[in-house]
Write a protein that binds this ligand. Structure first.
Ligand code: HDD
Length: 685
């Protein structure tokens, strides 16, 4: 196999693909099956016979179809693609996949939610996993990150506690896929290292609009090591080409009922349509000599490196351009591990990272049923792999020869370790010395400065969303004591925030309201300054029989030119007929769809159409709900009357209307600009 072929993983997977179409059915032994609807019985009303091997095999396989879901990140969805560097990173790392801008490395990415079970909703308030497997010519490199750059805890030994607190409570297994319950908030109030992360988790970051519109972070500080052995501390970022955008909380909750698969559907459909999700890989680097120059410990995973202090350099791009063939074989069986590294990328002493290096292999053993999960098609490296490990459940390879140990003199079949020059992995020779202690470094003890930095960097609407999120979550907590403790914890971040939350949940507001401390900010933390473009946004066009064809046809064309996807919503499926006689196909009805599944609404003109829509409660609800979720609303001619009937203020923020046929071009341009803004927070709801 050509090591530089960007399709090399796909070609490898092809060897394992099976296509049942047009084939005759056999047993797993290859025997042709003549009958698949009746078990073998003694007489047509008699008992089933034990000798019915086809029944036994079919039923046994079915009985064993499930494997344990992941203990965290159970619900996920993957896609294939490639990564391509912009320039050689040789001065900083010898990792081969980061050397040559002409080489594309195949990748498989799995996005996930953390808390919910495999069948839970996509749009719950949660951290999102963003795990990437690079199939490099030097072996698999896994960047197992999240969409939030910091973590809840500093030491991996606390991970089981965090997860036990977050997951549904053990006595009644509630609530599903939600952190709004007593044990989670009890954990937060009593483990103050979580203060920074919980600010992110209560922010809009935890309810992304799409996997295509969220950032990814490696979280930990890793090391880049170059050919000469010089190291740099490095943090990894994924920056989405479409910008970072979120849902509003009410919308997210409704989508979880209307379409629990919202995020996976969005990813799947975008790839099917050729709207390939794209992310740039960015790195922040710190010289080894500068390790102690910051007012936070750069090895502390509850701290980020403010981008204004340590700029992010974009070093390549990742494009997801192929959907998986089978979710179980790919999304479910893929096994990530932050310890899967390649020469040129190394670890640091971050105690969270160190513990992760144990946990991931361990969990795959129970999840995938033995030590040979690396042989599963999705996990196989694209380069050859040889060692003396053998046997175990589900071994696929047939290792030839008498001796399976190194060193041996009987045969020359034992793989030899490679020197560093030959690509052998050599750990970075950091000098390490210390007493054996169970203790946290003093430099890890500031839990609030960056939580404050995050809060102070938010715009007003973002702050309002955070306050509401706290009020919702802590408001669901039953223990008054826990509620009070949470208020006290967040008063360390911001007293005004704590006061608002206290009022919201009926707790005692903080006594000391002095917030005269210096308010540092990092503008890069706010989503408001993100990329704002209309591409791939979804618009619901409301129309019925008697719509005005020229206007609707033109808006559909203009939206399409800008990469906006428009779908017609009406009373029934089938065709609607314009007043001029032309027909258009309806995509969804008011019953099968909902405004929460769209980014914007457009009401077509045409008196007859609007008269019909005015009688349709679903149409009015569509508009009112979209308005209350701050979405762009466009209307032309009689369409404006429907907005008025829905109680919408014409020409308020993000409401783009026109009654002049001659001005349609500029009207559509304004509507598309409004869609690019994502949401119109200045709207008074
Ligand atoms: Fe983890 C899965 C990300 C801390 C133990 N983790 C998992 C996945 C992601 C992350 C994206 C899903 C991978 C997939 O799609 O299959 N985890 C993180 C990040 C962390 C983090 C960004 C902090 C920086 N994790 C963490 C700690 C531990 C674990 C501290 C334990 C010591 N994580 C696991 C696990 C999982 C997992 C139990 C469950 C399923 C799996 O590994 O394959 O081993």
């Amino acid at each position: 196999m050509n090591n530089n072929d960007e399709n090399r993983k796909d070609k490898q997977l092809e060897e394992y693909r099976a296509d049942n179409r047009g084939k005759k059915m056999t047993t797993n032994q290859g025997l042709h099956v003549s009958e698949d609807e009746h078990s073998l019985k003694a007489g047509d009303r008699g008992p089933t016979l034990m000798e019915d091997f086809h029944f036994r095999e079919k039923m046994t396989h079915f009985d064993h179809e499930r494997i344990p879901e992941r203990v965290v990140h159970a619900r996920g969805f993957g896609a294939h693609g490639y990564f391509q560097p912009y320039e050689s990173m040789a001065p900083f790392t010898k990792a081969k996949f980061l050397q040559d801008p002409s080489v594309k490395t195949p990748v498989f990415v799995r996005f996930s939610t953390v808390a919910g079970s495999k069948g839970s909703g996509d749009t719950v308030r949660d951290v999102r996993g963003f795990a990437t497997k690079f199939y490099t010519e030097e072996g698999n490199y896994d960047l197992v990150g999240n969409n939030i750059p910091v973590f809840f805890i500093q030491d991996a030994i606390k991970f089981p506690d965090l997860v036990h607190a977050l997951k549904p409570e053990p006595h009644n297994e509630m609530p599903q896929a939600a952190s709004a319950h007593d044990t989670f908030w009890d954990f937060i109030a009593n483990n103050r290292e979580s203060a920074h992360m919980v600010m992110w988790a209560m922010s809009d970051r935890a309810i992304p609009r799409s996997y295509r519109m969220m950032e990814g972070f490696g979280v930990h500080t890793f090391r880049f090591v170059n050919e000469q052995g010089k190291a740099h501390f490095v943090k990894f970022h994924w920056k989405p080409k479409l910008g970072v955008h979120s849902l509003v909380w009410d919308e997210a909750q409704k989508i979880a009922g209307k379409d629990p698969d919202f995020h996976r559907r969005d990813l799947w459909e975008s790839i099917e349509m050729g709207n390939y999700p794209e992310y740039e890989l960015g790195i922040q680097m710190i010289e080894e000599e500068e390790e102690f120059k910051f007012d936070f410990d750069i090895l502390d995973p509850t701290k980020l490196w403010p981008e204004e202090m340590v700029p992010v350099k974009m070093i390549g791009k990742m494009v997801l351009d192929r959907n998986q063939d089978n979710v179980f074989s790919e999304t479910e069986q893929v096994a990530f591990h932050p310890g899967n590294v390649v020469p040129g990328i190394d670890f640091t002493n971050d105690p969270l990272l160190q513990g992760r290096l144990f946990s991931y292999t361990d969990t795959q053993l129970i999840r995938l049923g033995g030590p040979n999960f690396h042989e599963l098609p999705i996990n196989r490296p694209v380069c050859p792999f040889h060692n003396n490990q053998n046997d175990g459940y589900h071994r696929m390879t047939i290792n030839k020869g008498q001796a399976a140990y190194h060193k041996n003199s009987l045969q020359n079949n034992d793989p030899q370790p490679a020197s560093e020059e030959e690509g052998g992995y050599v750990h970075y020779q950091e000098k390490v010395e210390g007493r054996k202690i169970r203790q946290r470094s003093e430099s890890f003890k500031d839990h609030f400065s960056q939580a404050k930095l995050f809060w102070n960097s938010m715009t007003d609407p973002e702050k309002q969303h955070i306050i509401k999120a706290f009020c919702f979550e802590v408001g669901k907590v039953k223990s008054k004591s826990v509620q009070q403790q949470v208020v006290e914890t967040i008063s360390q971040v911001d007293v005004k925030l704590a006061r608002q939350v206290a009022i919201g949940v009926g707790a005692k507001p903080p006594e000391n309201m002095d917030d005269s401390v210096e308010k540092l900010t990092s503008p890069a933390l706010s989503q408001e300054k993100t990329i704002k473009i209309p591409e791939t946004r979804k618009v619901a066009v409301l129309a019925a029989d008697g719509f005005s064809y020229p206007g609707l046809n033109q808006v559909m064309e203009d939206l399409k030119k800008k990469g906006v996807i428009a779908e017609i919503i009406s009373h029934n499926l089938g065709m609607i007929k314009s007043s001029e006689g032309q027909e258009l196909e309806v995509t969804h009805t008011f019953l099968t769809s909902d405004s929460v599944l769209f980014d914007a609404i457009y009401v077509a003109g045409g008196k007859e159409s609007i008269d019909l829509l005015k009688k349709e409660r679903g149409a009015l609800h569509f508009i009112q709900e979209a308005y209350s979720h701050f979405k762009s609303i466009g209307a032309v001619n009689e369409g404006c009357d429907l907005l008025t009937s829905a109680g919408i203020q014409i020409d308020g923020p993000g409401v783009v209307t026109s009654r002049e046929q001659a001005n349609l071009n500029s009207h559509h341009k304004k509507f598309i600009d409004a869609i690019s803004q994502h949401r119109h927070w200045s709207r008074q709801i």
